[in-house]
Ligand binder design. Structure first.
Ligand code: G3P
Length: 216
């Protein structure tokens, strides 16, 4: 399973990248706004910085909702760097645009996916990634990870090549459960990634080893 970081914060992207296990970055308009990045030019500059920093795929989201607008915006975003992936919302014109991008060899990530039916449509349209929002599903008292499992089964049975990118990850257990459920990628904030490191027995064991090594 690949690890993407879900942020537009450069310090956090650098920290995750320095660990050597980062495969890519996802962003969305809310994450850009959180960093105070606004306006087409500044947003494009920020995507350039992120996509220069990281080797893997960097998802950059369109804000248009009509086919022509999505295509025009997506073409500009894709021209920033070869590792930019155009993130398109799961709407009717989004599906049409995903097919257009697929026919024109522009990589895409279909976002705001909350059902298996939507995931089937995204795959049919040729999306490279599909992003089910695990945490937001859990927030509405459904099991987000079950959706990952369902999509993984459908894609395997049907031979769809779209990669399942588990998004809206809230904790380290989500990462583990998504790995079990067959997600191809997990995108999450830095905290849940670092949370995977933690185990009290590791700390106790290391303290003992170090004390024994010093003969204490
Ligand atoms: O990038 C999309 C997704 O990861 C959003 O997460 O925490 O806002 O539900 P969240």
């Amino acid at each position: 399973m690949k690890f993407f970081i879900d942020t537009a914060n450069l310090d956090q992207i650098r920290e995750a990248n320095d660990l050597g296990i980062l495969d890519g970055v996802t962003t969305n308009p809310s994450l850009m706004a959180r960093e105070g990045i606004r306006g087409e030019e500044n947003i494009a500059k920020h995507y350039k910085t992120i996509s220069d920093l990281v080797k893997g795929d960097v998802s950059a989201e369109v804000i248009s909702t009509d086919f022509e607008g999505i295509v025009a915006e997506g073409k500009k975003l894709a021209a920033i760097n070869p590792n930019i992936v155009v993130k398109v919302p799961m709407i009717k014109d989004g599906i049409k645009a995903l097919k257009w991008f697929s026919d024109h060899h522009i990589k895409t990530n279909c976002t705001l996916v909350f059902s298996a039916g939507q995931a089937i449509l995204a795959a049919k349209a040729g999306a490279n990634y599909v992003s089910p929002f695990i945490g937001r599903i859990d927030d509405s008292s459904w099991d987000g990870v079950e959706l990952i499992e369902q999509i993984a089964n459908i894609y395997a049975i049907q031979g769809f090549e779209t990669e399942i990118l588990a998004a809206s990850i809230r904790n380290s257990l989500h990462i583990v459960r998504c790995a079990e459920a067959g997600a191809d990628v997990c995108t999450c904030p830095l905290e849940p990634i670092l949370g995977l490191l933690k185990h009290p027995l590791t700390d106790i064991g290391l303290a003992k080893f170090l004390a024994d090594a010093k003969g204490k």
